[in-house]
Design a protein around this ligand. Structure first.
Ligand code: GTP
Ligand code: MG
Length: 225
């Protein structure tokens, strides 16, 4: 199987095209009851508060402020759904772990995130974002435990790679790979990104385009007679 970090020129181009069109707000949900009806294929972005989830959605879609970002952790407070022209829906999740919000709020978001991840039939992949400056934290283990139990493919994306030296980035990639050895449900490769410089964004688009083509490929019918 081709690793989920290795893409042909044709796949990079397919990724570019997938995200080149218009993107807009679809809906927001603060409870499981208010989730929009599942349609198309959802790709969700999870991670600790301030790791850069909303910024990554903006970088992927080439929009400066499609998703709201902030210097203060705890900006995204609901599940926010964005749609493009095709079947793909991007889901910006509230951060878990530390946030500049009341503890009760953060624990309610965390519960909502876990309920969403466990019960969403149209959820095709979850990208778990890790800040390359900080690496894995215990809150990341909790989300990876949940994802390991449900049959949703998931992969680690390192963010803010512009903020670390090449040597530190490579150490972070190695440490992440080592941690993933204990987690066979996750892709063993990571994608390293920077929403500020655009590094890794074409590859992440290509990964999502590959997922979409795998999930929407017509079933081969063999008919006799
Ligand atoms: P919550 O919604 O609060 O959970 O945060 P989030 O994970 O959505 O993070 P957000 O995208 O709001 O970004 C948080 C801060 O990190 C902002 O100040 C961003 O400008 C900054 N940031 C995001 N991505 C990058 C990056 O690739 N490089 C650098 N240097 N800063 C980044
Ligand atoms: Mg956010």
């Amino acid at each position: 199987m081709t690793p989920e970090s290795d893409f042909s020129d044709a796949e990079i181009e397919a990724g570019r095209r997938l995200f080149a069109g218009e993107w807009g707000f679809l809906s927001a949900a603060s409870s499981v009851a208010s989730l929009p009806p599942g349609q198309g294929l959802e790709v969700a972005f999870a991670g600790r508060s301030n790791v850069g989830k909303s910024s990554l959605i903006n970088a992927l879609t080439g929009r400066r402020s499609l998703a709201r970002t902030s210097n203060t952790p705890g900006r995204t407070q609901e599940l926010i759904f964005f749609r493009g022209a095709g079947p793909l829906v991007l889901v910006d999740l509230p951060g878990y772990g530390y946030a500049a919000a009341a503890k009760s709020k953060v624990s309610a978001w965390t519960r909502l995130i876990h309920d969403y991840l466990q019960g969403r039939a149209v959820l095709g992949r979850v990208y778990v974002l890790i800040d390359a400056r900080h690496g894995f934290k215990s809150a990341d283990d909790t989300i990876l435990d949940t994802l390991g139990k449900v049959a949703v493919s998931h992969q680690i994306v390192l963010t803010k790679c512009d903020q670390v030296s090449a040597a530190d980035l490579s150490a972070c990639v190695d440490a992440t790979k080592a941690a993933l050895k204990k987690r066979p449900a996750a892709f063993p490769e990571t994608i390293t990104t920077s929403s500020h410089t655009g590094a890794g964004i074409p590859e992440l688009r290509a990964a999502i385009a590959r997922l979409l083509s795998e999930r929407t490929r017509p079933v081969n019918m063999h008919r006799s007679g």
